[in-house]
Design a protein around this ligand. Structure first.
Ligand code: GDP
Ligand code: CA
Length: 325
């Protein structure tokens, strides 16, 4: 069975662990979000690709959910001692090696797809991990400029998310470079030729939204013969973890499972979903989702351990069979 998954960082990779447990023999292609990417101290950092790589390669810090296990922070401390900015981004020593390899290969002219494949070889990844695009796309967030009251400025998503903890109002979210970006090699085929396309409980705006926003990808999702099934990252009235509610508000979407389903839209009406799983505690929203033309079901959606996450993946694949045209 060929499965294609559109993934952000923590939500996407946690779901993938469950999917691998539920379907160990599936041929899985992951299309990763690269709009979180940032260049720091000359190093190209791809947070979401690395979270997927380290998680599925068993190298992730289980405590933090990002970066490496057994990490040390000497480079970060030394940079701070030189007064180098930014100090708010966690670059661990082991992690830096990944960024050095990536930057060196990019500088030598390799595309991000080839670089990612090379990095993943070391980790014996049980999936094929593709960046959404080899072209640079970077999410920026428009916020009030504290230095110039009454005016606004755009800052990199990482500054908004990591330094400011999404605590300032996001007026607008802009994926810089997106309109000129092309899907990476293999991405459109992975969408067209899979048996099921899965949208894990990843951030609908700055993870899945930026992947779908690469010209050609949303269209490919609309046209694939495979059923497209998503799982809600929102349970109750907020994200399960993280600050997805803040970026949903910036695009005018309420933080509920039904509102996110409507934001993605039904494929029958020009959107991207055939089916949507919501948490059992949100079962009252099933009617609204079905009314939007999306098959829906309520199952437990807390990814508290791999067995529970595998059950979620299984439910998504069962729903896929029920809606297959
Ligand atoms: P990021 O790139 O690291 O922010 O990760 P993703 O975009 O892949 O996923 C972030 C989303 O995962 C957040 O909106 C969370 O609400 C969601 N999430 C995290 N843990 C869980 C969980 O156990 N269940 C569900 N349903 N969603 C979760
Ligand atoms: Ca991310």
């Amino acid at each position: 069975m060929r499965l294609t998954v559109l993934a952000g960082g923590i939500g996407g990779s946690t779901f993938l662990r469950g999917l691998l447990k539920a379907r160990p023999d599936a041929e899985i292609t992951v299309i990763g979000n690269t709009a979180d990417d940032i260049t720091l101290f000359g190093l190209r950092v791809c947070p979401d690709l690395d979270t997927v790589m380290y998680t599925l390669g068993d190298g992730i810090s289980k405590e933090r959910g990002w970066g490496r296990e057994d990490e040390t922070w000497v480079i970060k401390e030394e940079l701070a001692a030189y007064g180098m900015e930014p100090t708010w981004f966690g670059l661990g020593d082991r992690d830096v090696a990944t960024h050095l390899v990536r930057t060196q290969m990019l500088d030598a002219g390799y595309g991000l797809t080839a670089v990612t494949e090379a990095l993943c070889t070391r980790w014996n990844l049980p999936v094929r991990l593709l960046p959404m695009s080899d072209d640079r796309v970077e999410t920026h967030v428009v916020v009030d400029d504290p230095d110039n009251p009454g005016t606004r400025k755009a800052i990199h998503f990482q500054e908004y998310w990591v330094r400011l903890h999404a605590e300032v109002t996001a007026h607008k979210i802009v994926a810089v470079g997106q309109e000129k970006a092309k899907p990476a090699p293999g991405v459109l085929d992975a969408i067209a030729e899979c048996d099921v396309l899965l949208v894990p409980p990843s951030n609908p705006v700055v993870s899945v939204g930026t992947i779908l926003g690469v010209p050609g990808i949303r269209e490919a999702v609309r046209e694939t013969a495979a059923p497209v099934i998503g799982l809600s990252p929102i349970i109750g009235t907020g994200p399960v973890r993280g600050m997805a509610d803040k970026v949903l508000a910036a695009v005018g979407v309420q933080s509920t499972a039904a509102a996110v389903a409507q934001y993605y839209g039904s494929r029958a009406a020009g959107g991207v979903l055939d089916g949507w799983l919501i948490d059992t505690s949100d079962a009252a929203q099933l009617g609204a989702i079905v009314a939007a033309g999306i098959h829906a079901q309520a199952v437990p959606l807390w990814m508290t351990d791999e067995t529970k996450t595998a059950a979620m993946a299984d439910a998504a694949l069962t729903l896929a069979e029920a809606v297959r045209r």
